[in-house]
Design a protein around this ligand. Structure first.
Ligand SMILES: C[S@@+](CC[C@H](N)C(=O)[O-])C[C@H]1O[C@@H](n2cnc3c(N)ncnc32)[C@H](O)[C@@H]1O
Length: 257
């Protein structure tokens, strides 16, 4: 298994690279640096494809992943950090805001939304984002099937054309039933498909799924084959019958002879 010094893809942004190299490990959090670099590069890809606008993270915690995403935005684009901000203590909100400031995300570039995402409406989110639909939503909040189903419905209702939904802690040994919610969601929303799987780095830096609208799948995947060429695990992911890329720091196959 790879360690924190393993090779990660170029994030597409000097500001993200600086944060990943000098700040990421100092902010308490759970997402992997590998996934942060890939998601920042996906934001860059969206920009290149003309998909612009605000983003959100459900479960911003102390800001580790949020800051990386926010650094990948263009001037004028807003990042919403959503969390109940009560775990492990109420001061976590202050730490989130202090970390953002320390690592270059000024208050004008972000909105802190304290509350239960399960009781938020799409207009709560878009209303805090200048009335615009969102182009990227990272879901890393409450890890129950019911909560993930609600967060997926909320994200889908807020998503703009060409938008991406990223799900954390997929296939995590501690949360095996989350996959059940994802499968039910994919069955009920055939216009949404997995775009790629971002492999785990550690048990804490777990696997993420990236979802997109079916109409964008070929367009994004064609670019990703080139952008992430060094990180593509050859067999891909079988979502029966849909296939998508698996991006990993370990692209070996099993020795069978
Ligand atoms: C695993 S942590 C997120 C880690 C963070 N995304 C990172 O990469 O460092 C999960 C977060 O979800 C938040 N959370 C749990 N239930 C929530 C809910 N119903 N609404 C909003 N946030 C929630 C918790 O307060 C916690 O901060």
């Amino acid at each position: 298994m790879s360690d924190m010094n393993s090779k990660v893809p170029f994030s597409g942004s000097a500001a993200v690279e600086t944060y990943l190299a000098n700040g990421y490990d100092s902010v308490v959090g759970m997402s992997s640096r590998f996934a942060a670099a890939i998601c920042a590069r996906l934001l860059r890809l969206q920009t290149e494809e003309g998909v612009t606008g605000p983003i959100a993270e459900i479960g911003a915690f102390e800001g580790r992943f949020f800051i990386a995403l926010a650094h990948a935005l263009e001037p004028g684009e807003m990042a919403l950090g959503i969390d109940i901000f009560s775990w492990p203590n109420p001061e976590v909100k202050d730490r989130f805001e202090a970390n953002c400031l320390r690592h270059g995300i000024a208050p004008a570039r972000r909105v802190t939304m304290k509350g239960d995402s399960g009781s938020m409406s799409p207009s709560d989110l878009t209303g805090h984002a200048g009335g615009e639909a969102l182009r990227f939503i990272h879901i890393d909040g409450e890890h129950s099937r019911a909560a993930l189903a609600k967060d997926l419905a909320l994200a889908t209702a807020c998503l703009k054309d060409g938008g991406l939904i990223v799900l954390d802690d997929m296939l995590h040994p501690g949360y095996p039933t989350l996959m059940v919610a994802v499968q039910a969601y994919l069955d009920a929303n055939p216009e949404i498909v997995p775009l790629c799987v971002i492999d785990r780095e550690t048990i804490v830096g777990a696997t993420k799924f990236v979802l997109c609208q079916k109409s964008w799948f070929e367009r994004y995947q064609a670019r990703m084959l080139d952008i992430f060429a060094d990180f593509i695990w050859p067999l891909g992911a079988d979502f029966e019958p849909h296939w998508c890329l698996v991006l990993s720091q370990d692209t070996r196959l099993a020795d069978i002879i």
